[in-house]
Write a protein that binds this ligand. Sequence first.
Ligand code: ME8
Length: 508
Amino acid sequence: MNNFYITTPIYYVNDKPHIGHAYTTIACDIFARFQKLQNKNVFFLTGTDEHGQKVEKAAVSAGEEPQIFVNKMSKNFKNLVPFLGCEVNDFICTTEKRHKIAAQYFWNTLEKNNQIYLSHYEGWYSVRDEAFYMENELIKKNDTYIAPSGAPVEWVKEESYFFKLSEWQDKLIDFYTSNPDSIKPKSRYNEVLSFIHGGLRDLSISRTTFKWGIPVPNNNKHVMYVWIDALCNYLTSIGYPEQQSENFKNFWPGIHIVGKDILRFHSVYWPAFLMAANLKPPTKVFAHGWWTNEGEKISKSLGNVIDPYEVISHYGLDQIRFFLFREVPFGNDGDFSRESIAKRVNADLSNNFGNLIQRICSFIKKNCNSIVENNFSLNSEDDRLLQFSIDKINNYRSYMERQEINKALKETFELLTETNVYVDQQAPWVLNKSNIARMNVVLSLTVELIKRSTLMLYPVIPGSCLKVFEILNLNFSSINFDNIENLPSTSLTINEPSPIFPRIVIDD
Ligand code: ME8
C-alpha cells in the first residue's frame, strides 16, 4: 500500500488555537513527513469545525454574523499551520459548499439504507462538548449534573432524527476483534470495546433549537448534529461523494489522530456511520493524551492557556516540536513546564546532536580544508557502530509506523550518544598527527552517522535538519529511508558550520 492519509480533528472556531491544537497538528505533520521519507504518497488534512450551537453562541457573544465570525476565527487556525512548520495538503472549513454537498449526500445515503428515523429526543446535552450524555455518565455536583469532561449539561427536549446505532454493536465488536490495531494505544482500544459491550443506544443526529448547521435534506426545520457534519470532513476533502475520484480511491480509509476527549466519536459513532453508508471504517484512530500547564488543566477561566505563537517565538519552533514529542510518550498526558523544555533541548539538541555536528564540522573545516575524503575501510569497531545504526534505523521505522514517536526519538539519541562516544575514543585530533588514512575513516563514518541521525530527526525538527544537510552539503531531496544505508562513493566538501541549537538559559 503506497498511499497514506492522515487527519487532525477539525478544530472548533469558538476560540483561538492553543498548544493542544498545535500538538495534534504537529503530530500529524511528523507522521506525514516520515511517510514521505518512506516514499509514500501522502495526503495530510486539517481544518476547522464551524457549525453547531457552541460556535453559534460564540458568534452571538462577539456580536457578529456567524459566517463572518467563523471566517475570521478559522484564519487563526489556518495561519497557525505554516507557523508550526506543518505542510498540509488541504485545509477544510465545514461551511464550504463542497462540504455541505458531501454531508448531505452522506445523510441521504444513510436514509436510503434505512439507518435514520424521526422521533423525539429528551435528555442531557452539553453545548461545550457538543455531546449527548446518559444520566449514568454524569457527575453530580451540588444540585446539578456535569459532564465527565466537567462541562455543564442541560436538559433538552426536541424532535430529532436518530441514527440506528444500536444495530451496529455486534458489527463494531466484530470489526474491532479482527482489527485490534485500529484503535491505539491499546488501553484506548480496551476502553472503547468495553463501552461498546456495555450496549449502544440510537443516537440523536439532528437539532431543531438553533439554525447554525447544515440543513437536513428535505426537512429544513432540522440541522444536522454537528458531529455527523464534522466527521464527514474526512470524506469531503478527498472528493466524496465522488467515490471514483483519484484521491478517494487512493486515500480512503485513513488514520485519524485525535485527542482522547473525542475518541468515542471517532471510534464508535464514525465507523458505524461509515459502515452504514457502505464505506470502510478508518484504518486507525490514535488517541493521544492531554497537556496540562505546570500541572494545571489548561483552561480559559484559569487564564493559563498556552499560546503557540508565544512559546515558539520564545524557544524556537523545532525546540517546541521536539519537546512536545520527546518528553512525553505519544498517547500519555503531559505537563508543559518551561524548565523541562530547557532541560530537554539543552541535553539532547544542544549537547548531544548540535555539539557533535559542531565539533566534527569545525574540525573538518580547520584540518581537512572542509573535505571529507570518504574512506570506508572499516575495522571491526567501525563495523559494529555501522551495524548499530542499521538496527537503530530499523527500530525507529517500526516505532514511527506505530506512532510511538518518543521511542523512535530514543533510538535516534542512542545512536547519537554512541557516535559521540566513538568520536571521543577515536580522537581524530590525535590521528591527524599520526594516521591521516585512519582519521579519514573516522570522519567519514562520523559524518555518515550524522547524516543517518539527521534523517531520523527530520520528521520532528525539519527546519534544523535541513540546516544540517546544508552544512554537510547533502542534497536532502535525494535521501530517504530506502537509501539511507548507502555509503557515499565520492568525497564531500562541507559548508561553514554554524551553531544550530543554542543552549537555553534556565531562569532561576
Ligand atoms: O473537539 N492537550 O474540536 P476542539 C492535548 N471540533 N490536545 C488538545 C488539548 C490539550 N489540552 N486541547 C485540545 C473538537 N486538544 C471537534 C472535533 S473532528 C471531526 C471534530 C486537541 O477544537 C486534541 O486533538 O475542541 C483534541 O481532540 C482537539 O484539540 C479538540 O479540538
